[in-house]
Design a protein around this ligand. Sequence first.
Ligand code: GAL
Length: 453
Amino acid sequence: MSRDNSNDSKSRLTRRHYVAGAGTLATVGIAGCSGGGDGSDGSDGGDGSDGSDGGDGSDGGDSSAELEIVHWWTAGGEQDAYQALLDGFREEHPDVEIVDNPAPGGAGSAIDTVIQNRVIDGNPPSTFQIWPGQALTPYTDEGLLEDIGESVWDEEMRDAYLDGVRNLAQPAGNLVAVPINIHRLNNLFYNVSVLEEAGVDAADIDDPQGLLAAMETVATETDATPMAHQTQAPWSSLQMWESIFIGQQGVDDYQTLIGGDVESLESEVRTSLETLAAYAEYYPEDAGSISWDQGNNQVIEGDAAFLHQGDWAAGQYGSAEGFEFETDWDMVPFPGTSGVYQSVIDSFVFPTNNPSPDETEKFLNYAGTVDAQERFNPIKGSIPPRTDVPMDEFGDFLTRQFEDFQNSNTQPPAIAHGTAVAPAIQSALSEVFANFNGSLNVDAAYEGIRDAF
Ligand code: GAL
């Protein structure tokens, strides 16, 4: 696939205006309480999803019985979580052959081009991983996703989901996606021994500036890298900037920002960029050539102190040998953001012109069940969007996250993970932070952010 092709496809997909919708899906909604489970295993999709003809739009065609899934879960513990999901699906539907087709790259950095080209060419996979909310809009604008409001979202499933998450699955009014998890983005993970050696108590770090001081102390007192950050791809810096901004200015200003009014926040945005630029001194020497999970490995190995990352990082700790929560690693909300549960959600969709309508429907039905979400989320490092998933197998860390979620005041969406702003804005911002990673030029970054909206 040539570059030219991909640019072309992108502009075809992004030719409409997104700005009108930006920021309107601005929160996941009130953290719901868990029903605590009623013993239901929720896997009622069963083979009841019989003989769909693909619904309108997907002409059905010959169902190939092969279910092709495109996703980016190949890193850290993500691969294990994905496999656990497939295991559960196979138990329900042993007849369906799964064609696993990963597009590796953190935060979907490699999936867009592949998917957009295939969907536009009328040659989509059966389903693919995508963030609900704004990321869906290029597809819904062009009518490229099936309405699954009838075939998948039965009443039982609608009732079971958190309202805010279900709403993100219907950016154009009709339900087109099945969300499967809720990650938190504003985490500061750390290696317990490294912080002890440095004499730093994470609970005492009050704000993003305080984190800078803590990193300075780590640098002076230990041999460890203070912040295990990657700059190979821009999304990790974009997301850390989001957390710094919220930590310094609060969520109201963040909502104004994602609503597009950057100019009214010029000095606030500049301050957050200056803080991010100051952090860069404390990144690993190889920051420009590592992936997020390689950075996280440095925390696991005791070669680095802190990591700002979504709680998929905790999924990786789960799959590491002998690296235990609280004794070896721990997490505090990113300084200045306690009470905030910045959410990152993944979902699967039913592209039109579907090569395997029946199998796709079965898979989406399954992804929406208690069984699927109970298998997937504990390994992934996320909490379920259904309110009736028993939480007893989620372990101490996710139990704490779940409590934080329920006690949170607000759950704003993330820019770097597609829910908060339209893809055109997100990709412009990614470019800004790709440049910023190299130049640390605050003026240029401010102007880039202003222009991106
Ligand atoms: C996010 C995605 C997560 C995780 C992360 C790192 O965008 O929602 O599930 O995969 O990227 O790649």
